[in-house]
Design a protein around this ligand. Structure first.
Ligand code: F6P
Length: 358
């Protein structure tokens, strides 16, 4: 009987999931292995199982297709993240049941594609005895150990397109335009989109902001004859001394969102400028992966198969400065990778005169 491996996509979707599935299944087939796709996230391993073999025809067109053909789940019994930096141990019965499902399918290894939540689950399943390797996915780019997660570049491309479009309409109407982007507790999407789109103000979770600072920047622009301003605000941005804006956590992590509306309201009140707010939301997670993500997904997927072949489990594929390598899962989930305050991204923004809210 040939070697069978499983593949599962967990957490929020993003462009590139299907490209990784394709790379994994193709690289596995090249070794004569079968790939079983687990449907609906880790839940698909539980009885009654939802799993199917991925044959060659399933892989057609996957390199460019958004979403995940396997489906995914970001809340429910497998929620291992419950808040900012807080994790939960999955019950032993659930780990046992998952392992039984894995064994019933006759799998020799499992490729888990996901963000920090899915990698936290993967680590717990690995410690429980399951042979797992991880592939780092998230538009938030907040996983430690990898230069970049896949999905991030595609989300940024979407956000930059939005900033470009807001630039022209803001200028035509002499307005302040506020764009709220995703990223959870990390400001990567906001920083990249803001810098690439030429934003005047970028507000990120790593640097608490004040309205004085933001309005001062708008006043300076007005004085210089620039009667429009673009503000990119990360959903996790917060006022000095303030908390995150969003819903209370229910059955998993809290949903962030709404800070853009608050910023728009306060800026209009303080400056008297006509202000409009746009929340980019899940547009950032849809559509086809960028060229960069297609390449990254392909490298990640094929390397995951190498890890399984070498029986190097409990590791996450990573893009390091030495190339595509792997890091222990436990290292990847230890801390969230946020934007370092001493990074060139921050110093270069300040050098340009971009207001970071402080
Ligand atoms: O982690 C990816 C992400 O898109 C975050 O940027 C965002 O806060 C969250 O997921 C949204 O989750 P949901 O799809 O459950 O609304």
């Amino acid at each position: 009987m040939s070697t069978r491996i499983g593949i599962v996509t967990g957490g929020g979707d993003c462009p590139g999931l299907n490209a990784v599935i394709r790379a994994v299944a193709k690289a596995a087939a090249k070794r004569g292995w079968e790939t079983i796709g687990i449907e609906g996230g880790y839940e698909g391993l539980l009885h009654p199982q939802r799993a199917r073999e991925l044959d060659y025809h399933d892989l057609d067109g996957l390199l460019t297709r958004g979403g995940t053909i396997l489906g995914t789940a970001s809340r429910g019994r497998f929620s291992a993240k419950v808040g900012h930096g807080e994790t939960r141990d999955l019950p032993t019965e659930l780990l046992d049941e998952t392992q039984r499902g894995f064994e019933d399918l006759g799998l020799a290894g499992l490729v888990s594609i996901g963000g920090d939540g899915s990698m936290t689950i993967a680590q717990q399943l690995f410690e429980h005895g399951m042979p797992i390797v991880g592939v780092p996915k998230t538009i938030d780019n907040d996983l430690t150990g990898t230069v970049m997660t896949f999905g991030f570049d595609s989300a940024v491309a979407c956000a930059v397109d939005a900033v470009d479009r807001l630039q022209t309409t803001a200028k035509s109407h002499n307005r302040v335009m506020v764009l709220e982007v995703m990223g959870r507790y990390a400001g990567w999407i906001a920083m990249f989109a803001g810098v690439a789109g030429g934003a005047d103000v970028i507000l990120i979770p790593e640097i608490p902001f004040s309205y004085e600072s933001v309005c001062e920047k708008i006043a300076q622009r007005e004085a210089a004859g620039k009667h429009f301003t673009i503000i990119v605000v990360a959903e996790g941005a917060r006022l000095v001394g303030g908390g995150f804006v969003g819903d209370e956590a229910t059955n998993g992590e809290a949903r962030l969102g709404g800070v853009g509306e608050q910023v728009g309201h306060e800026v209009a009140r303080h400056t008297g400028k006509e202000t409009r707010v746009m929340v980019l939301g899940h547009l950032q997670r849809g559509g086809s992966p960028t060229m960069m993500d297609r390449v990254l997904c392909t490298l990640f997927g094929t390397y995951a198969i190498e890890l399984i072949a070498e029986q190097r489990f409990g590791r996450m594929v990573a893009w390091t400065y030495e190339g595509i390598r792997s890091v222990p899962l436990v290292e990847a989930i230890e801390t969230l990778k946020t934007v370092p305050l001493e990074s060139s991204l921050i110093s270069s923004s300040r050098a340009l005169g971009i207001c970071l809210g402080d």
